[in-house]
Each structure stands twice: as C-alpha cells, then as structure tokens.
Design a protein around this ligand. Structure first.
Ligand SMILES: [Zn+2]
Length: 296
C-alpha cells in the first residue's frame, strides 16, 4: 500500500489517500484542486493515473470525494455507501451543507467552493457502486470489507483490509502522531450518538492500525480512539456552554480559533503542524456543527 500526500490549501501532509497498486484501488480522492498531487504521487511510485480502476470513498465530503468525478471520467468505478450515491450525482445536495456558513460570512457560495475545493462535476449513475454494511469485495486473495460507521455523515463507511481500517473522518485525525478531533459538521450530517456508537464498533473490531484521512497510518489505534473520544466530549461541552443562538455564532468562531491555537500548542504541535491540521479541519465547522445540533 502506498500513501500519497495531498497539499490541501498549500499544506503538504494535510490529506492522505491510499493506493493498492496490485488491484488498482485508490482509497479517498481528496478535493479536485489537489488532483495533480495524486498524479505526481502515482508517478513517483512508478504508476500512472490509468492504473486506478476502483475508487473507494469513505464519505462524500469534498475534501474526501471531490475528485471522484475526475476518476469516473477516466473510467474508474466509484464505491460509496448507498446514502451518499445521490450527492455524487446531484451536486446541490453536497453544496447545501456548506452553503449556510458561506452565506453567513457574505462569501459567494459557488465561487468559494470552487476556490477551496476545485471544480466539481456530477458522476453518472452507471459509474457508481452503491454499498451496504458488511459488503465484501475480493481481489485475488485480498478482501476489502465495508463497515457502515455513521455520525460524521450518514453515508460514512470504513474500509477494512486485513487488520487495517481506513477511517476517513470518523476515527479522528492524527498530525505528527498526535491524536486530534476531526470536524463536527452541521446537521443533517452530524449524529452524536451514532458517531459514538461507530467508535465503539471500531474499537470492538480490534484494529491493528487506522489509516486516517488527515493524516496517514496510526499504529496505536485504541489509545488514539480513546484520546479522540475525550476531545469529542471536550469540544461538545465547549460549544454547549457558550452557544446562545444563531446571532452569537459568528463571534464564537474567532474565540474558538483562539482556544484551538492554545489546544494544539499544548499538544506539542509546531506552527507548521497546526497549519496542516487546520487546513483540512477548519475550526468554524465544529462550532457550526455542534450549534446546529443544539438548535435541533
Ligand atoms: Zn468529512
């Protein structure tokens, strides 16, 4: 397995994708804006983009699946949980989720999405393989299994290969070996009880390692997951005690950004590592996420 780094927002090592050359399987695509990074990464390892035949998504957020259309146009099959298939075919579903934040910030929605993530095109239904929990795919003697792990999004899955689990955003992030929380996106994505259940499920599967999207392979998965759980509760309480209504949401974001700066420093991250983290885990998203949950 090859790990390829995508320099999202100029931060190398903020998004990882994983390539199994013997089967032509790419796990995660990153956003389209970093598509050249994958092509370069493949060439560096002695492969080319035509070698990608199967694209396994963990969920349909644009920093994970935003380039899926480009692989579909190169004839790769796109594997996604059945709940995410519609948003790959109809772009308005995906874009509605981030629209509110951009509208609140007086940012032009379409332009901001394409500036941050790059171009997005719909994917033809015939290129999409819709998945269900516990589905298995055999490639020679290797088996890849689907685990439905909702909470971060409803369509979130983890891919299992041997004792490695590709956990997208459900199992937290890891920068320079430091466990960190992944964003808590607004409703209808966020489901706190489901997320906690998915973490129970992951722990019960006794993973040998976790391959997280932000960033790379985590070799002590149980310690990592427990650390992530404690941060989950911390951030949930942070927002809960300060959130009043939609009006104070915007003032809360800069306060949270300051809190996060201190939090990352306390955890031993350098300024460069903190930048790698926030590139793909924007602080505002978690404030909006928990606030939308409190609003119901
Ligand atoms: Zn996500």
């Amino acid at each position: 397995m090859k790990t390829i780094s995508l320099a999202f927002k100029g931060a190398d090592g903020s998004i990882s994708v994983f390539f199994f050359p013997e089967h032509g399987i790419l796990i995660e695509t990153g956003p389209y804006i970093t598509f050249p990074d994958i092509e370069k990464g493949l060439i560096r390892e002695g492969y080319k983009s035509e070698d990608v035949k199967h694209v396994f998504l963990t969920h349909t957020h644009l920093d994970h699946a935003g380039a899926a259309w480009a692989w579909a146009e190169r004839n790769a099959k796109i594997y996604v949980h059945a709940k995410g298939a519609a948003s790959l075919q109809d772009l308005s579903i995906q874009q509605d989720l981030i629209r509110q934040f951009f509208v609140d910030q007086n940012l032009p929605v379409q332009e901001t999405i394409s500036n941050v993530f790059g171009e997005v095109r719909p994917i033809d239904k015939k290129q999409i393989v819709e998945l269900a929990d516990q589905q298995e795919f055999r490639f020679g003697t290797d088996t890849f299994r689907v685990h439905h792990t909702p909470g971060h999004t409803q369509d979130h899955i983890c891919w299992q290969f041997e004792d490695k689990f590709f956990t997208g955003d459900i199992g937290g992030a890891s920068i320079a070996g430091v466990p960190l929380f992944t964003p808590f996106p607004p409703l209808p994505d966020l489901d706190i009880p489901a997320w906690k259940k998915s973490l129970d499920k992951l722990e019960a599967l006794i993973p040998g390692s976790l391959c997280v999207a932000h960033y790379g392979e985590v070799s002590r998965p149980i310690d990592h997951l427990q650390d992530f759980r404690s941060q989950f509760d911390l951030i949930e309480k942070w927002v809960e005690t300060r959130y009043e209504d939609h009006a104070n949401l915007q003032t809360l974001v800069p306060i949270f950004e300051d809190f996060l700066k201190g939090f990352l420093k306390d955890r031993g991250l350098s300024a460069e590592e903190a930048e790698r983290y926030t590139a793909s885990n924007p602080p505002w998203l978690s404030v909006y996420g928990f606030a939308s949950y409190l609003r119901g």
